[in-house]
Ligand binder design. Structure first.
Ligand code: MSP
Length: 518
């Protein structure tokens, strides 16, 4: 039987344009999913949109649109953005999709019938933009602790989910399963700041607005945010709806990737919902950091947004993917800055990767008429490169298994640097002057082509376009994961295609000026 892998991103609010911070989350998940597919896993990568709630209802009113028409337009734009960034998702769930609505209503009813949901009155401090209620002690200087804006005191009849009933079970589960919440620091924060101080029952319905999934046995109420949103991870697998049921093969999820501010919902409410439904818990929830500009989280309302569409007009998509995956240590906050980004693109993608490919291809053209030569006698100087290339698959896999994405990339780039160094050591231009060294020259160039092939295959989850371009240039046929262990997958006698430079150098000053005016 094939191994399966199920990875998810949060579903994005369909309330406006997404910025580079959202794009970051999705690129990470896409990269991890692509890596699993490369390894041969039967993979589902799920993303989607969170389309209900007061904020969206208000945005639609402001735009004089029906809420569904309003979100339809936004969802189209989000899908276009993911296409632009080469995000290869397998499923896209919308919380307005009829199958999702059915799942959510069924879950709500099941929880109610089992006595896990009850009716009561809610009173609390509500933050409209964040769609969250806060207790007095959670407010910061009387304001919303997340966005720092004003909150209003609200009271209404509502259904409650008996979170408190499951608190001990949750704590035990987290303690017994040390990998459930990662990184470690987030786990400690959850236990000490939220679970141990005591969990309050969660308000899970609203009567004050209409744009939500109605409670099917009490139509004055709409199901409020987290039961609706979190259920997407199983509605997409056909749980309690009429779609194909993939629960048996794909649940529990292997990995929920979430930003640090929503870890809480994924490691408290979500597991408790699953306990109450008698379903197993996801194997891991990973809370990554934020992309920051000038030390602040990117936020449209605070005016500090890098628009991924504008960025994509100035730079190759793969350069953006590379920067985000390489420069931000997964788990920590990272900084996006145009200058840093251009410098990194020039240093790594033009100077190291681009140069290696173009030098090698030029030499195959110059000395062998564009046909890949064969490998003959191996010398000591070759062995260092060959062994490093052979080991690369395992090293990258280990890092990816541990979600050390940046390290995985830096290992690949070590081999790229080593290959450039190998050119300097073996001096093909000297060998090319002496007809008696033709075999030796052929071996050197074969080794370089094979090294590039392996690098290109391993880069495919990170930079899919670039990997494809290299494949077309070197015209290699073997591109699977098994073919990169023995240093023999390049076929001699095959004609290469020079094509264009992969990453032409960017003029830093000029580009920064252009960006200022865009
Ligand atoms: N709809 C909820 C999630 C429900 S999941 C069942 C939501 N949506 S969101 O659109 O606000 O955020 C989606 C994801 O984008 C979150 O994981 C969030 O952390 C991430 N990011 C938003 N801004 C970000 C940065 N500046 N940097 C990195 N990630 C960021 O929350």
């Amino acid at each position: 039987m094939k191994n399966t892998y199920y990875i998810t991103t949060p579903i994005y609010y369909a309330s406006g344009n997404l910025h580079i911070g959202h794009t970051y989350t999705t690129i990470i998940s896409d990269c991890l999913a692509r890596f699993k597919r490369l390894q041969g896993y039967d993979t589902i990568f799920l993303t989607g949109t969170d389309e209900h709630g007061l904020k969206i209802q208000q945005n639609a009113e402001k735009a004089s649109k029906d809420p569904k028409d309003y979100v339809d337009e936004i969802v189209d734009k989000i899908k276009e953005l993911w296409d632009l960034f080469n995000i290869k998702y397998d499923k896209f769930v919308r919380t307005t999709d009829p199958y999702h609505i059915k799942t959510v209503q069924n879950i709500f009813e099941t929880l109610y019938k089992n006595g896990d949901i009850y009716k009561g009155t809610y009173e609390g401090h509500y933050c409209v933009p964040c769609e969250s209620f806060f207790t007095e002690s959670q407010l910061e200087n009387g304001k919303c602790p997340d966005c720092k804006r004003d909150v209003t005191l609200q009271k209404e009849e509502a259904y409650f989910f008996k979170i408190s009933k499951y608190a001990d079970k949750l704590l035990k589960y987290i303690e017994d399963n040390p990998h459930f919440i990662q990184p470690e620091s987030r786990k400690n924060e959850m236990i000490n700041n939220f679970i141990k101080p005591g969990l309050q029952d969660l308000c899970v319905s609203r009567t004050s607005f209409k744009w939500g999934i109605p409670v099917n046995f009490d139509s004055d109420h709409v199901i409020y945010v987290w039961i609706d949103a979190l259920s997407n991870y199983i509605s997409a697998l056909g749980y309690k709806n009429d779609e194909e049921n993939l629960m048996e093969s794909f649940w529990p999820a292997d990995l929920h990737i979430v930003g640090k501010e929503i870890v809480r919902f994924h490691v408290i409410y979500w597991p408790i919902m699953l306990f109450a439904l008698n379903l197993p818990l996801p194997k891991q929830v990973f809370g990554h950091g934020w992309l920051l500009i000038d030390g602040n989280k990117m936020s449209k309302s605070q005016g500090s947004v890098i628009d991924p569409i504008i960025l994509s007009k100035h730079f190759p998509i793969d350069a953006i993917r590379y920067f985000l995956l390489r420069e931000v240590t997964f788990g920590n906050d990272g900084i996006f800055n145009n200058e840093l980004f251009i410098l990194k693109t020039n240093a790594d993608l033009s100077n190291l990767l681009g140069n290696l490919v173009s030098r090698t291809i030029s030499m195959v053209e110059k000395y062998f008429g564009g046909v890949i030569p064969s490998q003959k006698e191996i010398l000591d100087v070759d062995l260092n490169l060959i062994n490093n290339v052979k080991n690369l698959k395992n090293i990258v896999t280990k890092n990816m298994d541990e979600l050390k994405i940046s390290n995985a990339l830096s290992e690949i780039f070590n081999v790229i640097s080593l290959s450039n160094k190998y050119i300097d050591e073996t001096e093909p231009w000297v060998l090319g002057k002496d007809e008696s060294k033709k075999d030796r020259l052929g071996t050197v160039l074969y080794n370089l082509c094979e090294s590039i092939r392996v690098v290109s295959i391993l880069l495919s989850p990170f930079m899919p376009d670039t990997s494809l371009k290299i494949k077309q240039k070197l015209n290699y046929k073997l591109d699977n994961f098994d073919s990169i262990e023995n240093f023999d997958g390049t076929e001699s006698g095959v004609s290469i295609n020079k094509g264009e430079n992969l990453f032409p150098r960017i003029d830093v000053e000029k580009k920064l000026e252009e960006l200022k005016n865009s």
